[in-house]
Ligand binder design. Structure first.
Ligand SMILES: NC(=O)c1ccc[n+]([C@@H]2O[C@H](COP(=O)([O-])OP(=O)(O)OC[C@H]3O[C@@H](n4cnc5c(N)ncnc54)[C@H](OP(=O)(O)O)[C@@H]3O)[C@@H](O)[C@H]2O)c1
Length: 289
């Protein structure tokens, strides 16, 4: 297949390119220097000559707090660009794999969110991603795969794991929120699911995270424990659990955003979800190496 990946410098795109490296597919990675996805004419001129069978959109405006002020730029990438890319795929018979977020939910449910649960995003980032979802499903209902995920990290790029390792090496004490519950997700597993979605043209809305449940505090403690075990950190610092009320952020986040993966387990049977702590351990081995 001829696969185009948009958002080439991000975490997911990095793992997608590793996943597809030894495949038989022809893969083209494009970033913001190659294509302006907010402009439909540029999309047409840039992508039509490449005749993609599948387009994987790994690009997004992911700065959740900055999005509260930078709403226009956030909407341009997370909503308008998704509409543009879906319109291109519709016109050219290409299948589109798109990734969204647990932050489209309000976090009040208290049990894992099903793919058809009502969405009610709390912040500008979540609202923009919800707009993108709506555009995709309106334009390409029969030729798209929408995968919601959460708390993504990889050895490449900026993320919570690398921030924690840096702060734990520099500071004597840290406070980390313990009342936001979700599931950390290694981008490598997510990339495997995106590739399976592309190869099987898996139509529909799916949820994919690693296995298990954690607060940001649990995640931070695991990063410290495993970081010391693997020699990435020399000693333990004090990590204090705090409520979100003691760490106000510009964007409101859901208190509980665990995603139910049942439909994805069935659709992507070759991709077995692995517990987040095991995935974290393997990724830290990679960082250490
Ligand atoms: N990260 C998370 O915790 C998380 C959680 C839930 C869902 N998701 C979703 O998962 C997907 C992958 O996220 P990720 O963690 O891989 O994000 P990421 O590391 O922030 O990468 C996003 C990529 O999008 C690119 N991009 C931004 N604006 C662009 C534009 N105008 N044109 C072309 N490229 C542009 C960025 O390029 P630059 O590097 O040049 O800015 C970056 O390469 C996204 O849909 C995201 O919403 C992520």
């Amino acid at each position: 297949m001829n696969i185009i990946i948009i958002g080439k410098s991000g975490q997911l795109a990095f793992e997608l390119s590793r996943e597809l490296k030894n495949s038989d597919h022809q893969v083209t990675l494009l970033g913001r220097d190659d294509i302006d996805i907010t402009n439909s004419d540029i999309i047409e001129a840039s992508l039509a000559p490449l005749s993609p069978d599948v387009l994987i959109n790994a690009s997004a405006y992911t700065a959740v707090d900055k999005a509260e002020e930078d709403t226009e730029a956030c909407n341009a990438i997370n909503a308008i660009a998704v509409k543009n890319l879906a319109t291109f795929c519709n016109a050219h018979g290409a299948f589109m794999v798109h990734v969204s977020t647990d932050y489209v939910f309000n976090g009040h449910k208290g049990s894992p969110y099903l793919t058809d649960d009502p969405i009610e995003p709390q912040g500008a980032y979540g609202k923009s991603k919800a707009e993108g979802e709506k555009a995709l499903l309106e334009i390409l209902p029969e030729a798209s795969c929408l995968i919601r995920t959460a708390w993504v990290y990889s050895s490449h790029g900026n993320n919570f794991v690398k921030t924690m390792l840096r702060l734990m090496a520099d500071k004597p004490q840290l406070s980390v929120i313990d009342d936001q519950i979700g599931t950390p997700t290694w981008a490598k597993g997510l990339a495997e699911v995106c590739v399976s979605a592309a190869e099987n043209k898996a139509v529909g809305v799916y949820h994919w995270t690693d296995e298990g449940v954690a607060s940001w505090y649990d995640f931070a403690m695991a990063i410290q424990e495993l970081g010391i075990e693997k020699g990435l950190l020399s000693s333990a610092i004090t990590v204090l659990p705090i409520p979100s009320s003691q760490y106000p952020t510009p964007a409101k986040r859901p208190h509980y955003s665990v995603l139910d993966k049942q439909t994805a387990r069935e659709a992507f049977a070759s991709c077995k979800p692995t517990h987040w702590r095991k995935q974290l351990s393997i990724m830290l081995d990679e960082l250490e190496a």
